[in-house]
Design a protein around this ligand. Structure first.
Ligand code: CO
Length: 461
């Protein structure tokens, strides 16, 4: 019997988020959706992450309506979204009732699979979303944010996977957002997870450092069940490995992928002009297409490195770059080795820069780091530096429970606040997630309708 492996196509979410800042309007991919529905994907990652914010902020689209339209055009393929646990699609912790409502509405509007993660791998921050996903009949995929540190080893990842299995998730995803998971480590990790949990294992990586395709291949050899890839013209660089390439290699290695290569070609042909347009307009910066191995040297994600450079350049302090690079892992250690994923990567980078520029460590401590030390983000993977804790908290006790449990309900309050501008519960959720952007969108929507109405009346006259 042939070994089986399946593919999640990311072009509509992570690939376009990584390459073109999530600026692909619905009309740019609408026409290819029926074809994508025939490709034989495990799932189509098409919602969540930054797509929601981008719809409201830049594209003047209702994200919920986009989801319903994709659902309608792809009745045969599972639709997948990325959710930041208790943070939903933003960076702050939302009340539990809001998380439940958001998840329930996502499923109601067409989502089948919800990949749920927490930046600190604190399972308490994903459990409300996981339970609601299961209750709503969706597939909850529990996520391991992959990072490298003295406390992030195979045993720790197995424990995390088992905790999520006990919560009732239907699969485990290894999320290598920085593209630093090496082929051999992927092999070991996937094998260990397969031996210790009974669930399908999914691997998500990026090509940033060039490891991506090799990492996926070794993971396949270790028995990974699903891999994330992007249609070739939207693959590589900070995006995922190419769907067609991985399909070719894995089929040749004796795997059954379920993908139709002819359909994949049609999909790629469709996206070629979309890519060309993005290159022309400057939206697609060739820099993100290049292989950048700095993340392997510094153990710092590529995106974080470029942020540090931008920060120091703006302050005309690039001469301090090496010092900041040395300070960054020290700050991370003081904070108990958080994975360097948003928002932790920004928080650690900003604090390391402040420490170097002030000439004194923790002379100035950012608001976010203070909240982190208080325990508002969840439990750190390891002990925090006691001196830093004392400096921030003094005699105050850190929070040991879940921060969101200290928040009251939020949905009804927001509903009242936005009033008649919101026409559905989905609108209220958009408002809760991105208040300013959603309100601006609702106002534009209203204006447009009033104008259309005037025009219609005039025409009838
Ligand atoms: Co990603």
């Amino acid at each position: 019997m042939k070994k089986k492996i399946q593919f999640t196509e990311t072009v509509l979410r992570d690939a376009q988020q990584s390459l073109i800042a999530t600026r692909m309007p619905f009309k740019d991919f609408e026409a290819i959706l029926p074809e994508m529905d025939k490709a034989g994907y495990y799932s189509l990652e098409c919602w969540g992450g930054a797509t929601f914010d981008s719809c409201l902020r830049y594209l003047n689209e209702d994200p919920w309506e986009r989801l319903r339209k994709i659902r309608k055009a792809c009745p045969n393929t599972k639709l997948q979204m990325l959710l930041r646990g208790q943070n939903l699609l933003g960076y702050k912790h939302y009340p539990n009732d809001v998380v439940r409502k958001f998840v329930a509405k996502s499923v109601e509007n067409g989502i089948d699979i919800i990949r749920i993660f927490d930046a600190l791998n604190d399972v308490r921050n994903i459990e409300v979303a996981v339970y609601q996903a299961i209750k709503s009949g969706a597939h909850a995929s529990g996520t391991i944010c992959y990072t490298i540190s003295p406390v992030h080893n195979t045993e720790a990842y197995i424990k995390l996977a088992k905790d999520m299995e006990n919560m009732g998730v239907s699969s485990i995803c290894i999320k290598d957002m920085a593209g630093i998971l090496s082929p051999n480590d992927a092999y070991e990790l996937v094998k260990a997870l397969k031996e210790n949990v009974k669930l399908p294992i999914i691997l998500h990586t990026h090509c940033t450092t060039g490891l991506g395709p090799m990492t996926l291949q070794k993971a396949a050899e270790a028995g990974v069940d699903v891999i994330d890839t992007a249609i070739s013209c939207m693959s590589g660089g900070t995006s995922q490995p190419a769907t067609e390439t991985m399909n070719y290699v894995l089929k040749e290695s004796g795997f059954e992928t379920g993908l139709d290569a002819n359909v994949l070609k049609n999909i790629n042909d469709f996206f070629k002009p979309v890519r060309a347009k993005a290159l022309d307009s400057g939206l697609l910066n060739p820099v993100v297409l290049a292989t950048d191995t700095d993340a392997l040297t510094y153990q710092i994600p590529g995106g974080m490195l470029s942020n540090l450079v931008a920060q120091l350049t703006a302050q005309k302090k690039m001469d301090k770059f090496e010092e900041v690079l040395l300070e960054t892992p020290r700050v991370r250690e003081d904070l108990g080795y958080p994975p360097l994923v948003t928002p932790m990567s920004q928080m650690v980078g900003v604090q390391a820069t402040a420490n170097v520029l002030a000439g004194e460590r923790y002379k100035n401590i950012s608001k976010e780091i203070k909240a982190y030390v208080r325990g508002e983000y969840g439990k750190a993977p390891a002990e925090l530096n006691p001196d830093l804790v004392k400096k921030v908290l003094g005699d105050e006790e850190p929070i040991t429970g879940k921060f969101a449990d200290t928040l009251g309900d939020g949905f009804e309050k927001a509903k009242e606040e936005i009033g008649s501008l919101a026409r559905s519960e989905e609108d209220v959720l958009s408002y809760i997630a991105f208040p300013t952007q959603a309100e601006a969108f609702f106002n534009k929507r209203k204006e447009k309708e009033e104008n259309t109405f005037k025009y219609t009346v005039k025409k009838i006259d």
